[in-house]
Design a binder for this molecule. Sequence first.
Ligand SMILES: [Zn+2]
Length: 233
Amino acid sequence: MYCMRCGVELQKGVEKCPLCSLRVWHPDLTEEKEPAPYPRYTEPETVSQEGLLFLVSFLFALPLLICLLVDLRLNGVVTWSGYVCFGLLAAYVCLCLPLWFRRRNPVIFFPVAMTALLGLALYVSLKTGGRWFLPFAFPVGGALLLLTEAMIVLLRYTVGEQRHRALYILGGGFIALGGLCVLIEFLLHVAFGLPMLWWSLYPLTVLFLLGLLLSIIGLCPPLRRSLHKKFFI
Ligand SMILES: [Zn+2]
């Protein structure tokens, strides 16, 4: 038996041509169904993500506990193992915590990860007696957090179909990042007494030009179209 439209050979008992979907009908043929020539679709077996996450959490917890116990046994107090514990906790918060959630929103997880890293910096600063957390790590980390968070929120909630808006946002982000370089040099000067050599003006210039270029591309539709055709972006 063959399909009337496309001529493909048909299995007995099929109701539609598998190629062109034409209904099969023949008055002389009795309907008797053969098993389908291909296996039924079955859901592929997946490894349970929760199980995997428990395993990864265990792999984080095990060295943490071992270090803590060894340190306590040798020194009686928490000395070097504190760094290991805080480091592992910060890494866990940054890398594994988001995986526990089905819908991962970077608007929420990025500040959480940055806070964990700042917590680690605070611990190291307190333990080493260095007073660099408040005058340096906190303002730099805070500025980086605010800048990146603003970019994530803007990119996520204002771009939508208007994809060229992403160019303004990225452009603005680059320029702000250049400003952050100047802030870093200034804070290094204030906190550690390093001389102001104005090296930060080089990254500022490069980032400013890059940001300006992106904004110009965003502003000029013909330029955007020609770039789109050339580079498929
Ligand atoms: Zn057909």
